[in-house]
Design a protein around this ligand. Structure first.
Ligand SMILES: NC(=O)c1ccc[n+]([C@@H]2O[C@H](COP(=O)([O-])OP(=O)(O)OC[C@H]3O[C@@H](n4cnc5c(N)ncnc54)[C@H](OP(=O)(O)O)[C@@H]3O)[C@@H](O)[C@H]2O)c1
Length: 287
């Protein structure tokens, strides 16, 4: 049952490959793909098939997916405007390859989300449905790492800055989302499922600031900004303009509850409580 993982050169994809191996899938049954395959040479050394797959290259995708039985489509990154077309090419190539299951990493409440990111996921989900290929939707919530990776900056500024108001966020670690992906790719009975994935405990950004205060002994506040001001802050901090807009818009969605889920789906799929915010902060601070 060869399983293709797209985005294996990235963080979630690599973790999914590791989780598949952990679950006993033989290296010979895993095809790891990405654009910059030099980043996964070590996986080839471990017996995994490594192939180049660029979502913009239809012919290359057909070659990359040849012989595959199941496929994980990890959503592409920027530019956001090219995302849906990229995803459609991947889905088309998966159909041509005759895969029996496509798992897609979507976002929480993609069917109703009002964000720019949400719209790209909704269109991809609709295309998957229209193509009629058996699929499973992994509606991943926000990554805990989106916050833990900002710890140095947060501690320097003495503040978490955002535009999410008191919206609750059900974040989880990339590793836990990867494990859930490995479960649906390697077990039976998930075709047609829609999983809303996130941590068991949600938090607001004020609660994030309080958790960082508790973990570090520093006084960290939450500063809530209007969405346009937050985008400006992100751009001034050096983010490309498009990414700054998209991230500020994601906070707007958080304020509306679009990143919150109490489904328990992640816990259920991985068979244990997902990593909590406090655990993630502790791990990041002692790294
Ligand atoms: N839930 C969240 O909080 C959150 C946050 C950020 C992003 N995301 C989404 O989740 C995805 C995975 O997260 P991550 O942390 O693993 O991101 P990442 O480390 O940036 O990895 C992204 C992967 O997607 C591949 N990719 C991007 N565009 C591609 C294209 N046009 N053709 C082929 N491959 C392409 C990259 O391949 P190469 O490096 O080889 O080009 C890379 O392997 C992201 O791409 C984004 O859509 C979610």
């Amino acid at each position: 049952m060869p399983i293709v993982v797209t985005g294996a050169t990235g963080q979630l994809g690599r973790l999914t490959v590791e989780a598949l191996l952990q679950r006993g899938i033989p290296a010979a049954d895993i095809i790891a793909t990405g654009r910059d395959t030099t980043r996964i040479k070590d996986l080839a050394d471990r017996g995994i098939t490594v192939r180049r797959a660029d979502f913009a290259d239809t012919d290359g995708l057909a070659e990359a997916f040849a012989g595959a039985d199941r496929l994980l489509l990890i959503s592409a990154s920027v530019p956001v405007g090219e995302r849906v077309a990229n995803h459609r090419r991947v889905i088309d190539a998966a159909v041509v390859a005759g895969v029996s299951l496509v798992a897609y990493t979507s976002t929480t409440h993609a069917d109703t989300a009002t964000t720019v990111i949400g719209a790209t996921h909704r269109e991809t989900e609709e295309y998957l449905r229209d193509r009629g290929t058996p699929s499973v939707l992994l509606r991943n919530g926000w990554y805990l790492e989106n916050y833990t990776s900002q710890l140095p900056q947060i501690l320097r500024n003495g503040a978490v800055v955002g535009a999410a108001g008191d919206g609750r966020i059900s974040a989880a670690s990339r590793a836990d989302y990867a494990e859930a992906a490995a479960v649906v790719l390697s077990a039976e009975g998930h075709a047609g499922a829609v999983y809303e994935l996130g941590g068991d405990e949600s938090f607001t950004l004020a609660e994030l600031a309080a958790a960082i205060s508790a973990a570090t002994g520093e006084q960290i506040a939450y500063t809530d900004l209007p969405v346009t001001d937050f985008a400006q802050v992100l751009a001034t901090a050096g983010l490309p303009a498009e990414l700054a807009e998209v991230l500020a818009d994601a906070d707007r969605g958080m304020n509306r509850g679009e990143m919150h889920t109490d489904s328990g789906n992640l816990h259920h799929l991985i068979g244990r409580p997902p990593m909590t915010l406090t655990e993630a902060l502790t791990a990041a601070l002692h790294h």
